[in-house]
Design a protein. Sequence first.
Length: 750
Amino acid sequence: MKVIFSLTFLFCFLISCTEDKEHHIHGSYSHENKEYRDSSTIEMAQLLETHYRNMPFLQTNYKNSERADHFLSQVDTTDINQEVQLSLRGSFELMNAGRNDEAIAVLNKIYEKILKLNFETKDQIIFRILGLRAVTFFRIAELENCRMNHNSASCILPFQPAGFHKVRNGSEKTIEDILTILKLKKDPNFIYLLNLAYMTLGDYPEKVPKEYLIPLTIDEEETKVGRFENISSSIGVDDYKLSGGVIIEDFDNDGDMDIIGSSWNLRDDMVYYTNEGDGSFSERHIEAGLKGITGGLNMIQGDYNNDGYVDVFVLRGAWLPIGKNPNSLLRNNGDGTFSDVTIQSGLLSMYPTQTATWADFNNDGHLDLFIGNESFTLQEPNPCELYINLGNHTFKNIAKTVDANIVGYIKGVATADIDNDGDQDLFLSNLNNQNILLRNDKTESEYGFSFTDISENAGVQFPLQSFPTWFFDYDNDGREDLFVASYPVSYYNNLATEYTKELLGYKSESESPKLYRNLGNNTFKDVSGEVGLDKVCFTMGSNFGDFNNDGFLDIYLGTGEPDLKAVIPNRAFLNNGGKKFQEITSQAGLGHLQKGHAISFSDLDNDGDQDIYAVMGGAFEGDIFFNALFENPGHSNSFLYLTFVGSESNRFAIGAKLEVNLDNGQTLYRSVTCGSSFGGNSMSRLEIGIPSGHAVKSLKVSWPEGSEQLVESISKNSWYTILEGNPSPQKRTLVETQFKIQHGHHKHHH
């Protein structure tokens, strides 16, 4: 049987060492809890609960407690080989479940037994036991310091004094075990973790044995970008779950940005932080009717019914062959509540996925939905879906008809008009296989279009081990370029080794991200090396924005993998005039060590610069961590914020192209989009940096419907609404706030 891709091995550390409002009538409302849910939402919540209960724990990678108890219940103390294997497997699952003291106890017991025996593979077994114990001790150190005593400096590389571990025992025990196992085998993964453990104690580099000392940060060229501070816990937006998605958007249309987050655990409710406009946020998922709407490794937003309120599509089942869970379409009711309308909209399907995109593929003014599904074998394909919007709040899957029913292990999808012909083309990141670029071509068929695979001629098939992706115009030449992040799964359990190679100046064999420059003739050029992005990144969540408002789009990559010893920093790259990307991870304070999942850029305090929100949880039951909100320190450049209102085009003009003409002859090019395939930037407010000392001369808008519109009388440091067909911009009030610090937060540190 030909296997497209299977991730079973990823989790085997030991083996590898006009809106219808009638729903209000049928809903349920609790005055006491301010809870509203309509019948369709309750139905989906029940369906999700059933799916969770029916998922076998041995095939569900975040049911680690059940897995641990299962393996340990089978330990036979009369068979030493079986006892070793099951003890190691059980303690590994205990660690993944966050039951670290129990894991240590199991490892201590089997270690003491092995020490008394003599056999040929004894050193190998000791290496495995102590290696797992070292990682478990490091997890304890992280729990006791970065979680129980969390502050803005926690888990940010390089560690500042405020981030040093106050409870030292965990890191000290880690160091002790690693020094022992390095005498057995000089594993670079553990050399990296050894250096990191010393740094957590404030003892790096002085106390690191010289033969094991390595640099822990990349040499960076100094820039004028200041240091971002992680204030998520201080202002109460530090959701505390597993990996998941995030969208920053003005969901209640009150002029400031809100946050919706998710977790891939089907037991975890979504989180909904509403921006109160005074620097504070309120968590309102219960009031919003989202109780029981669980799971979702990723989410995307769009206004599918053109009512002016942003809706959300939640994606489920990724990475799991058994993950045939339903996705969710959450309709924004415009009154602070959401309703799950998946079934009545015709979008109910049961394929594992974490990626999709909204786009108006036939330019009829209604957003369509493409879903990239994961196929594990050719014998059991899960083809991609393309749901055409019928304009009556329902959808129809036409993927086969328009040649979009791709079968692959699809991990990211992105849309853009790559050939400037007025329609949306489609890129698919296909993990462990060649990536796919589909050109949207007009036809005389029923739907007026179909897709043509131009991947090979376009030259965008790599990296083979790819994950999140997006289109953006990184060099401001008017053509949509393509970024494809790498996730080298063949190096799983060796992430730190590959990163250490880069730290030491050696070449890693793992695939690096690809930046493809659009050459304007349906072909692209790989410029990753010449712009400085050929790095070891192991990217999961990622997005683009403008750190310093200089008008060139920058990159922030969330790194990691489920492996709990994979603690490398997220990485930030500043776009230097479209010529080079300079790493600024350390100087900008963005080197968070926890798992980097969905990432969003947005100006959450309306002060004219983009802040960054990042989901930081991992894949296993116990690998939960506080999400991060990095506040932008500010800079000397200016900004321009634009909201588009389509009439013939879709309501928020997704797919519109914009030219911002400056008084020095420079033009900045942008498209209305939601950002990366793993993290949602706002589509309702396009945030553009304007270089200091320059004014905006005019705007040119190319609407998805096909018309062009010139807009003048625009001032920088302002926010405007642009109406399709109306050359006069409407100036809006931007109310700047200061984030309100909540002393004594961390109600959930336990």
